[in-house]
Design a protein around this ligand. Sequence first.
Ligand code: HEC
Ligand code: HEC
Length: 218
Amino acid sequence: MLRLLMGALLCVGACAVAQTAAPAHDAGGYAAPTAKLEHGRKIFVESSCHFCHGVDLTGALMGAADLMHDPLVGADNDGNFIGPVVLAGLPNLQTAMPKFPELTKSDISDLAGYVHYLRQQGRFKELTASTATGDVAAGKTYFAGSGGCSGCHTEADMRAAAKKYDRTSLRAHLLLPTGLAPKDGVANDAGDAAHRKLVENIAPADAANVSAYLETLR
Ligand code: HEC
Ligand code: HEC
């Protein structure tokens, strides 16, 4: 009897510790880091987006689009492209996507912010895991051309950055300069916005090439 009671007491202690240690999660994954993102996540889960598109966007079940690589999501700003799809659904497909006409403009903004947040995390992981060696000349062309980097950065800036970081963290800072700080999926400023678009859309080959070019500036 006493042993049973002791066991129960022990469990109470241990369970309390386990509860505070484990971050809150539900069928849609772990709680998001900010109130706006968490509201977006709630809508994502309650609308069953996670069921077809995956909790981290890598699901793509039942013929659903791969939202980590879908160009419409990459081009979206604050729900301007995602919103109309979600409000109207995609009824004429073999596996239809339901419509969610009850969502308000601010719901759409939070939902889209959460989708971007997931995509930025997923693409950051994917691109930093790659060990492909890039082409220096192609990277230099990309930097000054279609990458649009030289609109904001001089070669001297990039030399300073290349000297500061090793190969791996240079790639990480190139993609998301401030790391993955919890943000509302809405950029702070033009530089932040540019880098968030970059991590969501840059082709793996361009990421490897521009990294290889920056390496040579060291
Ligand atoms: C029952 C499954 C299902 C659910 C639930 C679902 N989708 Fe989809 N979704 C699809 C399918 C199927 C497509 C179309 C894929 C295609 O055209 O290749 C799609 C496409 C999309 C697209 C891309 C459209 C384009 O033209 O590129 C977006 C964005 C999207 N879904 C977002 C969402 C969001 C956000 C939610 C939750 C509010 C959601 N979906 C819920 C199945 C679903
Ligand atoms: C709209 C402006 C803008 C564009 C376009 C842009 N960046 Fe940035 N970038 C910034 C800002 C702002 C920072 C943060 C300030 C800083 O860390 O120097 C930054 C930071 C960086 C850093 C980290 C610097 C450091 O010292 O930590 C690298 C590397 C970088 N960008 C590379 C690029 C590359 C490569 C491209 C093109 C593919 C690009 N950026 C496009 C504005 C921009």
